[in-house]
Design a protein around this ligand. Structure first.
Ligand SMILES: Nc1ncnc2c1ncn2[C@@H]1O[C@H](COP(=O)(O)OP(=O)(O)OP(=O)(O)O)[C@@H](O)[C@H]1O
Length: 276
């Protein structure tokens, strides 16, 4: 990253008499939340590549927090592949007032905002360029009236593109959870997600490995469907904790399929909540 500007680096600011007026001073690009939002913690759930179960982990963390009595919201920042509303059986269109947009409320009380709640038909594709998409995600923070929330989970699109950059710059993200799968290929991508967060001074709370194993319904043996896990090594190399491992669980897949994630019971990540 280009650190050097005006002959000095941002790290020189401390103690410099000209720090306030100097162009090297790192700019705070954070956007104000809607005045009707009081969010205690913002946690972004990221993955390096698509399909590793990021939305599953986001919704599972939200569910566990709800079960423990916390007020929770999910900001679905995966604009081109939104899956959160359907998981919760939400098919309505979001309503608004002069003050902002109301999030939808799932049957377990989880507040949800997603582009799918703004489209005329939820099957309409979102064919927008990056900056427009990033602008919508920003509006999910500035224009949505989240009310009082203990936790707002942000389901990020995969990768390190426009939207993650916008979320990290514009929202007061307290930390990220990285979701990965046991495939070797994914490790390098985990590094990228981790490095991006670090470059933007966002704490990495840890890694969740999804699709870790499958329990044989007949003999109870754990089968490593996607090969042996390297998550402990990866976590050690990155200096971050392993938050949890999730097996392939047909019951969880069923609750997604049947659009009733509001009653899903995902105890695989039960311990994670104490680390967020
Ligand atoms: N541990 C699991 N057990 C069973 N099914 C799972 C599990 N994790 C994810 N799935 C299923 O796999 C599919 C993909 O998961 P999900 O939508 O969470 O991935 P994603 O990483 O958010 O995808 P995308 O990158 O496309 O947004 C979904 O149908 C989901 O229900």
């Amino acid at each position: 990253m280009a650190e050097q500007q005006n002959g000095c680096s941002p790290s020189d600011c401390a103690g410099c008499a000209h720090a306030d007026s100097c162009g090297s001073k790192p700019q705070d690009m954070r956007e104000p939340a809607n005045p009707f939002s009081h969010v205690n913690k913002v946690i972004a759930v990221v993955s390096g590549k698509g399909g590793v179960g990021k939305s599953m982990v986001t919704a599972s963390l939200a569910r566990i927090m709800r079960e423990q009595g916390f007020s929770v919201g999910i900001l679905d920042a995966d604009i081109t592949g939104p899956s959160i509303p359907k998981m919760y059986g939400i098919h309505e269109t979001a309503k608004g007032s002069d003050e902002g947009i109301f999030p939808s409320v799932a049957k377990d009380g989880t507040k949800v905002m997603s582009v799918n709640l703004l489209l005329e038909h939820e099957s309409d594709p979102v064919i927008w360029r990056g900056p427009i998409i990033a602008g919508v995600v920003k509006q999910f923070w500035t224009d949505v009236m989240w009310g009082e929330l203990d936790y707002l989970f942000v389901d990020m699109p995969p990768g390190t593109g426009d939207v993650p950059l916008t979320v990290f710059q514009s929202l007061p993200v307290d930390g990220i959870v990285i979701v990965t799968s046991p495939q070797d290929l994914v490790q390098m991508i985990v590094d990228k997600a981790c490095n991006m967060a670090r470059q933007m001074n966002i704490p990495v709370l840890g890694i969740v490995e999804n699709y870790s194993y499958l329990v044989c319904p007949d003999c109870g043996k754990k089968i490593s469907v996607f090969g042996e896990s390297h998550i402990e090594e990866t976590a050690r190399e990155l200096g971050v904790p392993v938050l949890g491992k999730m097996p392939i669980d047909p019951k969880l897949a069923e609750s997604v399929e049947e659009e009733r994630f509001y009653e899903a019971d995902n105890q695989y990540l039960a311990d994670v909540v104490n680390k967020l």
